[in-house]
Design a protein around this ligand. Structure first.
Ligand code: PLP
Length: 433
């Protein structure tokens, strides 16, 4: 069957492998459910972005890893080693980045409602750039910076007014959005002017992020175009030239054989042609460009291994295959009906003769990994692998039904190591008083 990615294969025993390691053996060693990630696949994607960004936008271009996609200390170390910046969206992510020793100057701090504590924590650790969402936040950052006698570098989050045709829960760049200030309504220009009046923030540039899991190049090209034009408008109206343009993330990732492959370097090149072309034609200094991919750096690298517990055929309806995880480790089907590819890891080459609903073990009918999924014939005790779970799975995991969160196992060059250990039952009650 189509395994979607080169780091997945089948060995002589007929078992699924990831990064050359036998998934059935990994399941036996680490238990199930477990997230297994190929570290080289993550590093390769980071290198692809770094190379493409520098070649297309210039040597000073910087891709950030949007760390909400998959967050634990080890991933910040990997991002640091590869020379990436990171995007953090909360005090918890900042704390994790700091614990990993990630350089604070290369952190961009996002979020549409930063609390006073968040702002203080970020300033304490010397976060390089705040991406400011709204007026209240701008004035609060100004006040905190003034009290500390510092000048805080900021970008402003701008809504370019683009509908990226993705699921509405992950569409973020239209005028009607909780994120940022819209150009169309005049609010973007108003917040630019307000930022320029402040004494303790330095307005370095503007940011946009149009959405997630986008396969079409047009929304990215439109964002590059609209944002570069807005830089020109700001220069004309305020006499101030911005030095930085952050074009966000959102590039798609194949989850099934029906999703098309994405040429990440080509999308970046097309955005760069638009930005450069406009700057040259209009006498604007080419800004330093920042990109912010999350999903496309880590999704493909990860798989989740489960153990099959039961196969229940309901005549005239459907067949349920129940696994030992579910919505607590992967809530994406429940949230946005996301499609996945699943296979039986102990016999991936067997024909996929079944059409099944993969169900989790929670007391909730919506606890599904997917419906109408092709699968090999299976039975209790088989290892079931769900592919492309590296992004927004562990990061979104919960303890619903008091299920401990699975471990994150990194494999690299034939060696597996525990990057996040499995939660224990003691972990579950450690904050209960
Ligand atoms: C989520 C997010 C990203 C990353 O999006 P992906 O679809 O995972 O690439 C980038 N920037 C911002 C502001 C985000 O909220």
């Amino acid at each position: 069957m189509n395994l979607l990615y080169n780091h997945l294969s089948v060995n002589e025993q007929g078992h699924l492998t990831i990064g050359g390691m036998d998934t059935v053996e990994l399941a036996a060693t680490y238990g199930t459910p477990a997230y297994i990630m190929d570290e080289n696949a993550i590093r390769n994607q980071m290198q692809t972005y770094l190379r493409a960004a520098r070649e297309s936008f210039g040597a000073d271009a910087l891709p950030l890893y949007a760390s909400k996609a998959l967050c634990f200390t080890g991933i910040y170390r990997i991002a640091a080693e590869e020379g990436m910046g990171v995007d953090c969206v909360s005090g918890g992510e900042l704390y994790t980045a700091r614990a990993a020793g990630f350089p604070a100057s290369r952190i961009y701090f996002h979020g549409n409602n930063k609390t006073v504590r968040d702002i203080n924590d970020a300033m304490d650790m010397g976060v390089g750039t705040f991406v400011v969402d709204n007026t209240e936040e701008l004035l609060s950052i100004e006040a905190h910076a003034a009290a500390r006698g510092i000048t805080q570098r900021i970008l402003l989050r701008i809504s370019p007014g683009i509908d990226p045709h993705t699921h509405k829960a992950i569409s973020t760049g239209s005028v009607d959005s909780k994120f940022g200030s819209a150009i169309e309504t005049g609010q973007a220009m108003a917040i630019v002017k307000l930022a320029l009046e402040q004494q303790h923030v330095k307005l370095a540039g503007i940011h946009c992020h149009v959405g997630s899991q986008i396969f079409d190049n047009e929304p990215f090209k439109a964002a590059a175009d609209i944002m570069t034009r807005f830089i020109a408008v700001i220069k004309a109206e305020c006499g101030y030239e911005l030095e930085e343009l952050n074009l966000g993330g959102g590039l798609g990732v194949p989850y099934t054989e029906y999703d098309r492959e994405v040429d990440y370097a080509a999308v970046i090149r097309e955005m760069a042609e638009i930005t450069k072309g406009f700057c040259v034609a209009n006498g604007i200094k080419m800004p330093r460009v920042i990109l912010e991919p999350g999903r496309s750096l880590v999704a493909a690298a990860g798989i989740t291994l489960y153990t099959v517990g039961s196969v229940k055929e309901i005549p005239g309806f459907r067949t349920y295959v129940s696994v030992d995880g579910g919505m607590p480790d992967n809530p994406r089907y429940a949230l946005y009906q996301s499609r996945y590819t699943a296979l039986i890891a102990n016999c991936p080459n067997a024909p996929r003769t079944e059409r099944v609903t993969i169900a989790g073990r929670c007391c909730e009918s919506g606890d599904l990994i997917g419906e109408d999924m092709p699968l090999q014939a299976t039975k209790r005790g088989d290892i079931l692998a769900v592919l492309t779970t590296g992004a927004y799975n562990f990061a979104m995991a919960s303890n619903y039904n008091r299920l401990p969160r699975p471990p994150v196992i990194l494999v690299r060059d034939g060696v597996a190591r525990v990057a996040v250990r499995r939660e224990s039952y003691e972990d579950l009650i450690k904050n209960d008083l």
